[in-house]
Design a protein around this ligand. Structure first.
Ligand code: ZN
Length: 90
């Protein structure tokens, strides 16, 4: 009986620790958004990487991640899917 109790108590403790760690890693990381100047792709980066150099996931160009949060500029390139739908309709 004592063994069963201690095993389940250990399992419960592990579950609590796991949830604390998993929850913290998701909640504590603040992300910022910038738009790639080359291809207008929205790029998300962790706030702690501000000032570092990153890479655009779409065009693979080097990006300098700004230290201060910037308002996200609207995309200058029209969305391809929308354009295709417009062409089909017209
Ligand atoms: Zn890009």
């Amino acid at each position: 009986m004592g063994v069963v109790l201690s095993v389940s108590a250990a399992a419960a403790l592990l579950l609590i620790i796991y949830r604390l760690l998993a929850g913290r890693s998701r909640a504590d990381v603040a992300y910022r958004l910038i738009r790639c100047p080359a291809c207008a792709q929205k790029v998300r980066y962790p706030q702690e990487r501000a000032g570092c150099t990153g890479m655009c996931p779409r065009c693979l160009r080097k990006l300098t991640l700004p230290e201060k949060a910037q308002p996200l500029a609207p995309a200058l390139v029209p969305h391809r899917v929308g354009q295709r739908l417009l062409n089909r309709a017209g």
